[in-house]
Design a protein. Structure first.
Length: 203
């Protein structure tokens, strides 16, 4: 199985890293359908805008508050005021750069991700028996994962991993699951990972 974390190939995860993979609530059945590329793109870009605007606004407000606090209450802190001003000005530029970077990355991989999926509108269903996609049903014992892509985030000293995409093989059949390009995609990839990959990614 090929494993990628934030787009970089990895040989495997340690048991501790594997435990840090965040999965949603276990479900016996999940139904989804494949989204059109433009629909998924619009949704993803909207989420990015909300995240970066919220984070940028919070940081700017914090820098301004520090500057005002230093000017009004503690004159010995006045040297931090220019720093706070610079950071307040630089933050929107940094957030804009990050937003454009992620949108470029998304658009560069979109054709590959769309091509791996069935046509938009195809129903994908996961239950205790197996995985059904466009009328094809594969039993869990017959399936293996040939490709697993994870997204890693880090806050202070703690890391979290999220399942982003996987490619499943059963004989000559290949099915891709993509959390961004499927309705209820996160639930689909989480449950497929839980059933097929829980012990495979540990090195």
């Amino acid at each position: 199985m090929q494993l990628f974390v934030n787009g970089k190939k990895r040989d495997g995860l340690s048991p501790g890293q594997e435990r840090d993979i965040t999965l949603g609530r276990k479900q016996s059945e999940v139904q989804s359908f494949v989204l059109a590329g433009d629909v998924a793109t619009a949704t993803f870009f909207r989420i990015l805008r909300i995240v970066y605007l919220s984070l940028g606004g919070f940081c700017i407000a914090a820098f301004v508050a520090v500057g005002v606090f230093a000017l009004t209450d503690y004159q010995e802190l006045w040297p931090v005021v220019p720093v706070a001003v610079v950071l307040a000005v630089a933050m929107p530029l940094f957030m804009r750069w990050m937003y454009r970077r992620q949108t470029r990355q998304w658009l560069s991989r979109l054709p590959e991700r769309v091509a791996a999926l069935p046509p938009s509108g195809t129903i994908v269903r996961l239950d205790v028996a197996g995985l059904t996609s466009g009328g094809r049903t594969l039993a869990w014992p017959d399936m293996t994962v040939s490709l697993l892509e994870l997204i890693a985030t880090q806050f202070e000293n703690a890391s979290s991993y999220y399942v982003d995409r996987m490619v499943i093989v059963a004989g000559r059949e290949t099915i891709a699951l993509d959390r961004r390009l499927m309705k209820n995609g996160q639930m689909i990839v989480d449950e497929a990972y839980r059933r097929l990959c829980r012990k495979q990614v540990a090195s």
